[in-house]
Write a protein that binds this ligand. Sequence first.
Ligand SMILES: C[S@@+](CC[C@H](N)C(=O)[O-])C[C@H]1O[C@@H](n2cnc3c(N)ncnc32)[C@H](O)[C@@H]1O
Length: 373
Amino acid sequence: MTPKAQKRHLDGAKKAKKDEFYTQLADIERELKHYKAQFKGKVVYCNCDDPAVSQFFHFFSYNFERLGLKKLITTCYRSQATDLFSQGNSEKAIYLEYEGDEDGDKVPSSDEIGVKSLKGDGDFRSAEAVELLKQADIVVTNPPFSLFREYVAQLIEHDKKFLIIGNKNAITYKEIFPLIKENKVWLGNTPIGQDMLFRIPDDTAAELVEGGNEGSKWRRVDGDVFARASSCWFTNLDVAKRHEDLILYESYSPEKYPKYDNYAAINVNKTAEIPADHDGVMGVPITFLDKYNPNQFEILGIAKAPLGTPDKIYPQQIQVSVSGAKSTVRKLNDAPALKVATPPKGKTYYEVGDEFFVAVYARILIRRKDGSR
Ligand SMILES: C[S@@+](CC[C@H](N)C(=O)[O-])C[C@H]1O[C@@H](n2cnc3c(N)ncnc32)[C@H](O)[C@@H]1O
């Protein structure tokens, strides 16, 4: 292998490893309990789920009757384990079809679960998997983090209902944010700030522990190491809280809500502090999406920290800075190492002409809808 090919191979392996995060049953139950009526009579498809390890398969097979499902289909990518379902470690994959309890014991048994072979590796993009997708009413899973954009694009293309886990950062992706803005995708019920811990293979656990950072990257629970990933649920199923108005009690004042230097909007640091009496554009934290009711507010755009050159700034983003932070930056003037002429990726401060600015956290730009007050 050439060094370049070797690097590509290693990068690919690293990415694949990051994809092996398994969702815990408690997280699935916490979210799924809000959608019972929407699952009645539906075909559910879990398309990134090895039934040997997937708690999604477990949840839907054990709750099949309670939810009144019509059918559960699960595809297993590249049979990773050797057991009842996965037929050895091979590039070939299997899929499962379950149509409910037959013997009355309410326990899905191997006799009741139809295990079928796929011709290929079970990639969610493969023609076979797409045929299964077409049969589905609702897709529910935690897809590979590294393929999230493609994964969502496929669901939208096939006009499917879905409830999936993704990294919180995906909210700001140029492929995902427009869907949120246009009310085609929104967040699930689990609050965005709720930590989700994922089961991981032993070798990944050993690597994480070796790398340190307990608390931010991993946690130990009852002796087991879990990976921590800042995740949230993305869905287009109906979510009750989207119909509730956010109760606002703060009043606008120019001191409390400074204007951005380069965009006509005020900055709001906490969702709860959105002023009740301001009709203009407001930059609010991303956690606002937890409380977003499209009848109360409209989303106009997203302002990421002002990074990159203009050609790299996505059309729906606006560069934003807060004048109030200039004095902080002036202090940094004394530390030449931190003084930068152009805003390099990842740096918090930048200089334009003789002026210094501070990058604010990503902000969603919103405006109250006419008549919502
Ligand atoms: C984040 S893990 C989650 C696994 C499982 N859905 C769960 O929540 O426990 C994503 C899974 O997708 C699988 N995967 C990776 N690439 C895939 C692809 N192209 N098609 C289908 N599944 C894939 C990985 O093997 C991995 O098990």
